[in-house]
Design a protein around this ligand. Structure first.
Ligand code: MIG
Length: 677
């Protein structure tokens, strides 16, 4: 794309808002010349030699794939897609002088001939749901970029795009997808994950677009102009899936079918989890667990950060800090606590170290175009990285986890998998890295690296422990990551703003196919305080992933660190989480089956209620619980919007009729919580 900052500007674009999508200079696809029919759709040939395939996967799901100036390539593979074979519904195609018209039971797809414009209409009402504002475009000069521009409705709202440091409604925003290791605040973009899937909402009806392109992509929801909403990529194909609701839940279910349903995690993954960078030696980690038990605080999982390794070499244990890992996990198991270890993708360049020697001998490491090994600098120092797209390499990586499962480690934490490189966090110097990619030997695809690492890890854990559900948590990812891993939102800060931002972030992730989400409670970086930590737990106790974590240099903020008054309140909420576990587990099972997330914006349950469109300082758990957290210091009451219907105050049992704002008291002990009648 011409919007891509030149190399020198790239570093800048990481700290400044990226330029919104500029379509000038792009070449539009040519008009329709003819078309052929296949069993599942049509292939349109254009006067300029371009081709557009319109494939019908389901009555409400249509794929659009275009090749500019040439025929569609035979190779058609995406790491995101789970379901490739669909029961093609009844459909038909008609042509008239102006357009080709494809009919499914729910959609009418109109391909206007000249110029070539794709339009999606409701099959029953013939109302336009979404339409090209101009023909799909490509960058004839660089030979790489592709773009689509859609009509932008006056009252159209946008949601989704996965992990974004932004409010719930993304209208007037513009976003980049390029996995990146960086701490963040509202407005930072991009973040660790790339989920190029969004929902549009207009007049109560929703549609979805999944732009399945794992190059650097851009989304512009009316940031540059009110004439269009656009998405584009620096390379790869114009390849998107169009979902029709009108219900958002229906779209999320289809999206889960297409990119994969989250498997059920083990029940203990919903338990309370404790972490901090610096829990070593083993006796200190044991002390943390002892304190949890002594203080009658629920705990299911303790994490070991990078300190447990021997010189940060993955698949090893530091002989002084953790001399007997089996005895360590055994001790914790006796207290009902599981151990999860961090695993980073960088393998220390270190002849004599088993993982390095084996990977090198077997040719499993990523190389540059010139055949040299790709080196990066991460915690172990000079490091190399596995090409997870090589089936044998992925298998080897998975099997290496024996180093953990043999010692009773219960789950794996994948960090640094953007992949992070201290020498260059932009990914620029990874441009000539090649990955096998099913024989395509593609230029390295940064955005799917974490996805493929998680896949290799998940499949390894399945082989190593066939009768147990794998538990993985990842920082980076691409669409489809939910098939293999849960996620957390990386390096947040110990600030009220970070707590407030976490609500729309979780809601957005839930609307993007990732139901198992959470943030470092208390904030990862900086110094939290008693009030903030307490209010943080009042949110965390209802997020799927509930983990207290802190940076190496951060001040301590385990639940007891600010004295018994605050600890007592935190205990109350952790215990309430455990009382609610049957409910949380049930709602999580619903997420697994239907794609509807546990942690929801009100909008998902009340999409016809225009009041709900932008509310992201309240949230719902499933469709039965509504919380209005306190997100500012010193606040002891707040306004709460209750959607139409009957509601009960969880604490007092007081009954309310919804459909308006109420003011509720919220002393530090009490978070406003309502149960749907
Ligand atoms: O460069 O493993 O987001 O949770 O504690 C920092 C150390 C690497 C980043 C993770 C954080 C983790 C930390 N890691």
């Amino acid at each position: 794309m011409k919007t891509l900052a030149p190399f020198a500007g790239c570093l800048l674009s990481l700290c400044l808002p990226a330029a919104a999508i500029d379509l000038s200079g792009l070449t539009p696809i040519g008009p329709v010349a003819g078309f052929t029919t296949a069993t599942d759709g049509i292939v349109v040939t254009c006067r300029d030699g371009s081709q557009v395939a319109i494939r019908i996967l389901a009555p409400d799901l249509v794929r659009v794939r275009a090749a500019f100036g040439h025929a569609l390539p035979a190779r058609d593979h995406s790491w995101a897609i789970d379901k490739t074979v669909w029961d093609v519904p009844q459909w038909s195609v008609k042509e008239d002088s102006g357009a080709l018209r494809i009919f499914t039971p729910e959609l009418e797809v109109v391909v206007h001939r000249d110029p070539l414009l794709v339009e999606f209409r409701d099959a029953a009402t013939h109302q336009t749901i979404n339409a090209d504002e101009r023909p799909m475009m490509f960058d004839a000069h660089s030979g790489g970029g592709v773009a689509a521009a859609k009509k932008l409705g006056f009252d159209e709202h946008f949601y989704g795009l996965g992990e974004k440091a932004a409010r719930l409604d993304k209208r007037r925003g513009h976003f980049t997808m390029w996995n990146r290791d960086a701490s963040y605040a509202e407005g930072s973009d991009p973040l660790y994950q790339s989920i190029p899937f969004y929902l549009g909402w207009q007049n109560g009806a929703a549609y979805g677009i999944f732009f399945d392109n794992s190059y650097r992509t851009y989304f512009d929801f009316g940031a540059s102009t009110q004439e269009y909403a656009a998405f584009s990529a620096d390379g790869g194909e114009m390849n998107y899936y169009f979902f029709y609701g009108p219900s958002m839940k229906k779209i999320l279910a289809r999206y889960a079918d297409l990119t994969g349903h989250m498997p059920m995690p083990p029940l203990w993954a919903l338990g309370n989890q404790q972490c901090r960078w610096g829990y070593y030696p083993d006796t200190l980690a044991e002390e943390v667990v002892r304190r949890y038990r002594a203080d009658d605080l629920p705990l299911d999982v303790l994490y070991l950060d990078i300190d447990y390794m021997d010189g940060y070499r993955v698949f090893t244990w530091d002989p002084k800090r953790f001399p007997d890992p089996s005895a360590f996990t055994e001790k914790l198991a006796k207290q009902g606590v599981k151990v999860v270890t961090i695993v980073d993708p960088g393998i220390k360049y270190d002849p004599g170290y088993q993982a390095f020697d084996q990977g090198l001998a077997k040719n499993f490491f990523l190389k540059r175009l010139d055949g040299s090994l790709f080196h990066g600098k991460v915690w172990p120092g000079d490091s190399v990285f596995v090409d997870y797209t090589l089936p044998d390499a992925a298998r080897w990586w998975g099997d290496m986890h024996r180093a953990y499962t043999d010692h009773g480690v219960a789950g794996i934490w994948n960090d640094m998998n953007e992949p992070s490189d201290f020498l260059d966090q932009t990914g620029q110097t990874q441009g000539d890295v090649v990955s096998y990619d099913g024989g395509a030997n593609s230029s390295f695809n940064r955005n799917v690296f974490g996805l493929n690492e998680a896949r290799a890890t998940f499949e390894g854990l399945e082989r190593l422990r066939p009768n147990q559900r794998p538990y993985i948590i990842t920082r980076a990812g691409y669409a489809g990551i939910q098939r293999y891993s849960t996620m957390w939102t990386g390096d947040n800060t110990s600030t009220w703003d970070a707590l407030a931002l976490s609500i729309p972030m979780f809601q957005t992730l839930g609307l993007s196919g990732e139901p198992f989400v959470g943030a470092d409670a208390g904030g990862f970086m900086g110094r939290t305080n008693a009030e903030l930590l307490t209010r943080w737990y009042q949110v965390a106790f209802l997020t799927p992933f509930c983990r207290n974590h802190a940076d190496r240099t951060a001040y301590d903020h385990e639940p007891w660190r600010f004295g018994t008054y605050y600890e007592g309140i935190i205990r109350k909420y952790l215990k309430l989480r455990y009382r609610l576990l049957p409910f949380l587990y049930t709602v999580l099972e619903e997420a697994h089956r239907t794609g509807a997330p546990l942690f929801r914006p009100l909008l998902l349950n009340y999409q016809d209620d225009a009041n709900a469109l932008t509310i992201d300082d309240e949230f719902m758990v499933g469709d039965a619980l509504l919380e209005a957290p306190i997100l500012r210091p010193g606040e002891t009451s707040r306004l709460v919007y209750l959607p139409a219907g009957t509601w009960y105050d969880y604490w007092t049992g007081q009954r309310y009729s919804g459909g308006g704002m109420i003011r509720v008291e919220a002393p530090l002990e009490t978070v406003p919580l309502f149960v749907r009648g």
